[in-house]
Each structure stands twice: as structure tokens, then as C-alpha cells.
Write a protein that binds this ligand. Structure first.
Ligand code: NAP
Ligand code: MG
Length: 398
């Protein structure tokens, strides 16, 4: 069989631990036998981030802006324990944070529904796509501990040197304070990404924030969404029979739980971080979720929503068998290949990606799955496979 050709390379961002092992298996068993894979390879594994003083992370994001489509493996975000473990010269920043800052935009996460894995919420019959703003707020904060007796103020210095001051708090006792920010341009990009994605996938958009408490900051999000919707999208939504509405974040949460799914839930950065784990877990598993960052300039970065599955990796290093779910990482590859095919006008590549997704879902629905799913499936007598055996089962079906 002739291999499927690629017109433009993907940006390949390799990562760490168990997902790095899965990454290699997916390429070797599921993609390279069928596709003449072309990538620009960046090793975002922690050892290479250390060796390049983390320059590789920014370079990979720049390559994504240049080539338009990237696929990323999960990576370690160093903490104190990782600094010791990997003998790091610095506690390098979260690669996802660095990449999101360069690409800007919005992360869309959608659960992968399979028969036999029932959502914990009985009414959810359609996927809920979570759209997470990828810039600012607490992810770009500055913060400090405040000793008793101090006064903390927000100070804005205008170009002419004049100052505007707002008192945060006069601290009688010890405490903490933080400053966060966002940018109109980024919020506008977030709104447009959500509305475009909604039109592309024919789904409503629900947006919630806390404007009753945060009367300037969160209110700005609410206003920007409404202004952009009214000016640019209202008619197209009406034609498509779609709806956009804003309500308080706590009201959205209640509505989401009562809903049947099938809409886009737009969330500020932190809400999206937390709620995507809630939604994915409630749909079955963090490993059954697609995730794509869409930049306002039209670049796409596909990834898995979960981490490097450190606990499984340590088992693997001890020579024990693991049963790590590779579905989210497979779908990161298929998402990227399909988008590349769509942009390049190579339908064979899109078709291959769809077949690989189908083979993956069919494998699970036939009863062959990894341990995380075997533990929660409603299918009778599921066959629990090892990490590698599951990928091989998908390969033979493919
Ligand atoms: P994690 O890797 O998501 O794993 C947490 C737990 O969730 C696992 O121990 C496992 O539970 C379960 N799990 C997650 N993915 C799974 C999969 N594919 N198959 C089966 N089970 C899965 O989170 P973590 O252990 O907190 O973080 C590990 C590292 O990942 C950290 O260094 C963190 O910085 C990094 N991280 C990276 C990203 C990213 O790059 N996108 C995101 C989050 C975290 P059981 O152990 O119970 O089986
Ligand atoms: Mg998170």
C-alpha cells in the first residue's frame, strides 16, 4: 500500500514520562505504517528543556504560528520535587503556559463519547465542549505575602506619569495579595473563537462569569462578548438557529448539570481549567477528552487534556505492566492530521484520521480497553489491555 503523502509538516512537540512512551507507540504502530509522516520535531521533554534553557518551548510555539498545526504530548510542569528529580537549574515555567501566551486564543475540550462508558450525569446525551480562554487572569498573576501593618494598593501609571490608586486592603494582620490582568484584544479573540467554533460545529454558546461581584473585570468579559456578538454574529447565529447567552457562572453550572449537552460552554481561564476536569471526569475519564488550542491568527495546537501519568510511568520503570489510556493522545494526532489535511486540501489525510478515530472507538465498544475504562464500563466482561496491547488492538482493527 502506498503511504498517504503530507503537503506541509506538522509541528511535533514531544513530552514526558508515560505519555512520551505512548507518543512513540502511536507514531510507530498507528501512523507511520500508513502516512508518510512529515513533522518539524521539538523535544519538549524536561531534559531537553533544561538543556536548551527552555528555548525549545518558545521555538515550538513560533513554529506552530508559522506552520499552522501542532500536536503536543503532555509535559511535566516542574515543581520543587521535579527540580531535584531532574537536577534542574531553574524551575522552568509550564510549557502549556508559555505556548498559550505565544499563541493566545482559546482551548476547546470535548469528551469522546463511546457506548459502554456512561456519563455520571444521566441527562447528558451529547458532548459538552468546554471553551477555555487561554490568556491571563491568575495564570499571569503577580502575588505577594503581606506582613501585618502594610497597606496594599493597585497603582496605574499613565503615559504622562500621572497615577491612579485604588486601595486593596489595609492589613492589620499578616495576609496575601495578588494582581491579575487581561487584555481587551485577548478577550475579543476569545469571543470570536467561541462564536466561530459554534458556527462551525452548529452549537449554542453559553458564557458565565461573576460580573455581579467583579463589576469591572468580569463585567468587561460580559460586555466584550455581547458587543462582538451583536456586531458580528447575531444574524449568522439566527440563520443557523443558534443561540448565545450570558449568565452568572454559578447559574451556568446549575444549568449544565440539568442539560442534555450539545453546546459550547465558554469559561474564563481558571473556570475552564477546573470545569474541564469536572466535565471530562463526569463524562467518564480525563483520558477520553480532545483538546485543541485555537489562536486568533488561525493556528491550531492539539494535545491531550491529561498529564504525563507519572504514577504509571514509575510502575513502567519498575518493569511492571501498565494500562494507560492512549485515546486522548491518539485523538491529538488525528485532530492535527485532519486539520493539516483540511488546510492543505489533502482529503486522504482527513479520511485516514477519521478511520483511526473510528478504529479507536470501535476497539473500546468491542470490549477491549485500558484499565481506567474497564473499571467504569457498563459493557459485560470487558477485556483489560496493557498500554501497548490496546494500541496494537487499534492497529489491527485499523
Ligand atoms: P495526570 O498525569 O493527569 O494523572 C493523574 C491521574 O489520573 C493518574 O495517576 C491516573 O490515575 C489518571 N490518568 C490520567 N491520565 C490517564 C490516562 N491517560 N490513562 C489512565 N489514567 C489516567 O496528572 P498528575 O499525575 O497530577 O500530573 C503528572 C504530570 O503531568 C505533572 O508533572 C504535571 O505537571 C503534568 N501535567 C501536564 C499536563 C499537560 O501537559 N497538558 C496537564 C496536567 C498535568 P490512577 O493513577 O488512579 O490510575
Ligand atoms: Mg487543569
Amino acid at each position: 500500500m502506498a503511504k498517504i503523502e503530507m503537503a506541509t509538516p506538522l509541528v511535533e512537540m514531544d513530552g514526558d514520562e508515560m505519555t512520551r512512551i505512548i507518543w512513540r507507540l502511536i507514531k510507530e504502530r498507528l501512523i507511520c505504517p500508513f502516512v508518510d509522516l512529515k513533522t518539524e520535531y521539538f523535544d519538549l521533554g524536561l531534559e531537553n528543556r533544561e538543556a536548551t534553557k527552555d528555548a525549545v518551548t518558545a521555538e515550538s510555539a513560533e513554529a506552530c504560528l508559522r506552520l499552522g498545526v501542532a500536536v503536543k504530548c503532555a509535559t511535566i510542569t516542574p515543581n520543587a520535587a521535579r527540580v531535584d528529580e531532574y537536577k534542574l537549574s531553574e524551575m522552568w515555567k509550564s510549557p502549556n503556559g508559555t505556548i498559550r501566551t505565544i499563541l493566545d486564543g482559546t482551548v476547546f475540550r470535548t469528551p469522546i463519547l463511546v457506548k459502554g462508558i456512561e456519563p455520571y450525569v444521566r441527562t447528558w446525551t451529547k458532548p459538552i465542549t468546554l471553551a477555555r480562554h487561554a490568556y491571563g487572569d491568575v495564570y499571569r498573576n503577580v502575588e505577594m505575602r503581606v506582613p501585618a501593618g502594610s497597606k496594599v494598593e493597585l497603582v496605574r501609571t499613565a503615559p504622562d506619569g500621572s497615577e491612579e490608586r485604588t486601595l486593596v486592603h489595609e492589613f492589620a494582620g499578616d495576609g496575601v495579595a495578588q494582581g491579575v490582568h487581561n487584555l481587551d484584544a485577548s478577550i475579543e479573540g476569545f469571543a470570536r473563537s467561541c462564536f466561530n467554533y459554534a458556527l462551525g460545529t452548529k452549537q449554542d454558546v453559553w458564557f458565565g462569569a461573576k460580573d455581579t461581584i467583579s463589576k469591572t473585570y468580569d463585567h468587561r468579559f460580559k460586555d466584550v462578548f455581547q458587543e462582538i456578538f451583536d456586531a458580528e454574529y447575531k444574524e449568522r447565529f439566527a440563520e443557523a438557529g443558534l443561540e448565545y447567552f450570558y449568565t452568572l457562572i454559578d447559574d451556568v453550572v446549575a444549568r449544565v448539570i440539568r442539560s442534555e449537552g450539545g453546546f459550547i460552554w465558554a469559561c474564563k481561564n481558571y473556570d475552564g481549567d477546573v470545569m474541564s476536569d469536572m466535565v471530562s471526569t463526569a463524562f467518564g475519564s480525563l483520558a477520553m477528552m480532545t483538546s485543541v488550542l485555537v489562536s486568533p491568527s488561525g493556528a491550531y495546537e492539539f494535545e491531550a487534556a491529561h498529564g504525563t501519568v507519572q504514577r504509571h510511568y514509575y510502575k513502567h520503570l519498575e518493569g511492571k505492566e501498565t494500562s494507560t489510556n492512549s485515546v486522548a493522545t491518539i485523538f491529538a494526532w488525528t485532530g492535527a492530521l485532519a486539520k493539516r489535511g483540511e488546510l492543505d486540501g489533502t482529503p486522504e489525510l482527513v479520511d485516514f484520521a477519521k478511520r483511526l478515530e473510528r478504529a479507536t472507538i470501535d476497539t473500546i465498544e468491542s470490549g477491549q480497553m485500558t484499565g481506567d475504562l474497564a473499571a467504569i464500563t457498563s459493557l459485560k466482561n470487558p477485556e483489560k489491555l496493557s498500554t501497548e496491547a490496546f494500541i496494537d488492538a487499534v492497529a489491527s482493527r485499523l
